[in-house]
Structures are given as structure tokens and as C-alpha cells.
Design a protein around this ligand. Structure first.
Ligand code: NAD
Ligand code: DAU
Length: 337
């Protein structure tokens, strides 16, 4: 099989490629990535000389660049996106460009080459927020209600992908996943931000009252879910993917990290809240379990500890990433109001 992976130099995309090369060594992979601030080829240095792996630098909004890599591809696995909610609040336009227009360009070229499968990676944020204490979780029938520019752009991309199935019979599948954590996550997201800040002697910034809730999934479980959909998923279907956590508030996640690093609760500071901050996410993953036999395997506490260890051992990776552009972003995002 020949796969075109978009956004393979980012967090989840690089974990996917490393997993796929190890578990499907006969397949050929082209990693197509624009190398934005979030793309990092260091993530893939262990396989850069593998004859079945090739990196091509390019932007999904450029039809000619996409056309040049799509010929001969069986399966598209589409990760490429602007992915950080806070950056979407500071400036929505790059999100519309990459996530909406970029997805449409990929769909058009995939149709031209009649690819056998187009798998779109999306997010549970398209469903909006749940209330604290609400027994309901998001499922495949939940109405879309995105509340940030990021979530709205991902919702737009989901609709475009689905419309391509209904209108043109393009063989698509979609996964909407909850919050991932694990190695190679860019330290703008809360878990790597918290770990690396503490390692630098800084505090963890917690938005608002800290009682916001996310559904945490170890990245390898997400990658295995995508594998299950690629291998056994039904064309045209959407599958929700979530983890094993039950409503852990952000402040508790921060306290766990503080304890793992031998710091104190004084190393946590409450800061100005995120505008439009979604209160709670929780995902019902029974469809993918019942239909495809997938379920999460990585316990949050054990794998949070391993993730902390990874960031302790790979300081050159994140210290390098936290230079330059990151500093400007951090100052703007966390400036005192
Ligand atoms: P990331 O920001 O770490 O990586 C995104 C990658 O896409 C980078 O390598 C970047 O260079 C590339 N990219 C961005 N715009 C591009 C463009 N126009 N052309 C080509 N490449 C481009 O993101 P991530 O956290 O790995 O997320 C990957 C996908 O998974 C995204 O679609 C995101 O919406 C989705 N997702 C993420 C999570 C999560 O918790 N991180 C959860 C659910 C869904
Ligand atoms: O739910 C899936 C989504 O998870 C993905 O689609 C997104 O790409 C990914 O970025 C993530 O979005 P979140 O906004 O949930 O992740 P983030 O790590 O930015 O924030 C997690 C929670 O922590 C959220 O409630 C906001 C809070 N937070 C975040 C940061 C960066 C803080 O309290 N302080 C912070 O500094």
C-alpha cells in the first residue's frame, strides 16, 4: 500500500508514521508537510533513511504541490492542520486557509486520482462543550456546535469531507478524537507546556478556575484507532475516539504533573481564562469498539508519568522548539492583563 500522510511532521502525524513503519514495513509512506512552527523533522530522524519513507515539503493549499505527490497513492491520511485553539483566537485566518481550503484541495486532487481511501483526522471540539456533571458524552449523532475558530474550521473540513462522499462517492472515513498526549507534542498544549515550564523553573499557567475537563487519550491509542479504521472501517462512516479518563479537571492534571516532578502547588498559577473556553469534553467510543474492536489501552496516570519521563530525557528536542517564534507567541498569549 502507498500512503500519503499530510502533516506527518507534527505531533500525532509523526507518532502515526513511526508506528506505521514499525508495524507495516511493507507499505510506502510519503509524508507531505509544510513544516510550519509545529512541524519538526527531528521527530522522524530514526526513519529518515528508510527506503519506504519519503518526506516532501509542501502546502496542502497549493493544488500543484498536492498533485505532484498524489499520483500512485492508495490511501490519504490527512492530519495537516493548524491545531492550537489559543492561536486560532489570536488569528483565525491561517486556520480557515489550512483546515478548510487545504482540506478541499486535498479532496479535489484525491478525486482526480481516484484514491481508494481518504481518511480525515478531526476533533471532538466540533461538538462544542458539555456541562460539568452532565451524564451525556459526545457520540456520532451529536450535533455540531463549534465555539472557537479552530473548532469551526475543523467542523467545516468535516462537512466538506462528508459532502465529497455523498456527492462524488469519494471513499472517505472520519475520526473525531479527544485530547491526545505523549511524546513529540508541541509545548503550547497544556501537558507538554506544564512539564517543560516546570523543568525550566517556571509555573504552570491554568486558565480561569481550572475546573475545565478534557478527555485524555495517549497518542498511540489514537494511532491504533486510525489503523483500525483504515483496515476495517466502513466507507462514509465517522468514528469517535476517546480515552479512559473520567472527568479530571485541568487543575488536577497540573497537580499530577507537579507531583511527578517533585514540585509544589505553588508552581501552579491561575491566569486569565481563554475566551469561549469549552467547559467539558467527554467521548463515547462505543461505536468504534463495537464495530471495529478498538478500545484505548493506555491508563492516564501511568502514561502521564512516562510522558513526563520522555520530556525529561529529551530536553534538547523541546528546548530547541521553545526558542524563537515560540517566545513571541508565549509573551503575547500569557501577557498579564
Ligand atoms: P500539530 O500542530 O502538532 O501538527 C500539525 C502538522 O501539520 C505540522 O507538522 C504542520 O507543519 C502541518 N501543517 C499545518 N498546516 C499545513 C499545511 N497548510 N500544509 C501542510 N502541512 C501543514 O497537530 P497535531 O496535534 O498533531 O494534530 C494533527 C491533527 O489531529 C489535526 O488535524 C488536529 O486537528 C487533529 N487532532 C488533534 C488532537 C490533539 O489532541 N492534538 C485531537 C484530535 C484531533
Ligand atoms: O479535544 C481535542 C483537541 O484537544 C484538539 O482538537 C486540539 O488540536 C488540541 O489542541 C486540544 O485542544 P484543547 O484546547 O483542549 O487543548 P489545550 O492543551 O490547549 O488545552 C487543554 C485544556 O487546558 C483546556 O481546558 C485549556 C487549558 N489550558 C491550556 C493552556 C495552553 C490552560 O489551563 N492553560 C494553558 O496554558
Amino acid at each position: 500500500m502507498r500512503l500519503l500522510v499530510t502533516g506527518g511532521a507534527g505531533f500525532i502525524g509523526s507518532n502515526f508514521i513511526l508506528y506505521w513503519v514499525k508495524n507495516h514495513p511493507e507499505d510506502q509512506i510519503v509524508n507531505f508537510d509544510a513544516l510550519t512552527y509545529a512541524g519538526n523533522l527531528e521527530n522522524l530522524s530514526s526513519i529518515e533513511n528508510n527506503p519506504n519513507y519519503k518526506f516532501v515539503k509542501g502546502n496542502i493549499v497549493q493544488s500543484n504541490e498536492v498533485d505532484a505527490v498524489m499520483a500512485g497513492v492508495d490511501t490519504v491520511v490527512h492530519f495537516a492542520a493548524e491545531s492550537h485553539v489559543d492561536r486560532s483566537i489570536l488569528g483565525p485566518q491561517p486556520f480557515v486557509l489550512s483546515n478548510v481550503l487545504g482540506t478541499q484541495v486535498l479532496l479535489d486532487v484525491a478525486r482526480k486520482y481516484s484514491v481508494k481511501k481518504f481518511h480525515h483526522i478531526s476533533t471532538d471540539e466540533v461538538f462544542g462543550e458539555l456541562e460539568l456533571g452532565d451524564p451525556n458524552k459526545f457520540n456520532e449523532r451529536t450535533n455540531y456546535n463549534p465555539r472557537s475558530p479552530y473548532a469551526a474550521s475543523k467542523a467545516g473540513s468535516d462537512h466538506l469531507v462528508r459532502s465529497c462522499f455523498h456527492t462524488y462517492n469519494l471513499p472517505i472515513t472520519i475520526t473525531n478524537c479527544s485530547n491526545n498526549f505523549g511524546p513529540y507534542q508541541f509545548p503550547e498544549k497544556i501537558i507538554p507546556l506544564a512539564i517543560t515550564n516546570l523543568l525550566e523553573g517556571k509555573k504552570i499557567p491554568i486558565y480561569g478556575d481550572g475546573l475545565y475537563v478534557r478527555d485524555w487519550l495517549y497518542v498511540e491509542d489514537h494511532v491504533r484507532a486510525i489503523e483500525a479504521v483504515l483496515e476495517r472501517g466502513k466507507v462514509g462512516e465517522t468514528y469517535l475516539v476517546g480515552g479512559l479518563t473520567e472527568d479530571i479537571p485541568n487543575i488536577e492534571v497540573a497537580r499530577k504533573i507537579v507531583r511527578l516532578l517533585g514540585k509544589s502547588d505553588d508552581d501552579i498559577e491561575f491566569v486569565k481564562d481563554r475566551p469561549g473556553h469549552d467547559r467539558r469534553y467527554a467521548v463515547d467510543w462505543s461505536k468504534i469498539k463495537n464495530d471495529l474492536g478498538w478500545e484505548p489501552q493506555h491508563d492516564f496516570d501511568a502514561w502521564l508519568e512516562k510522558t513526563v519521563e520522555w520530556y525529561k530525557k529529551n530536553q534538547s528536542w523541546w528546548r530547541h522548539v521553545k526558542g524563537g517564534e515560540y517566545q513571541k507567541y508565549y509573551e503575547k498569549q500569557y501577557q498579564k492583563s
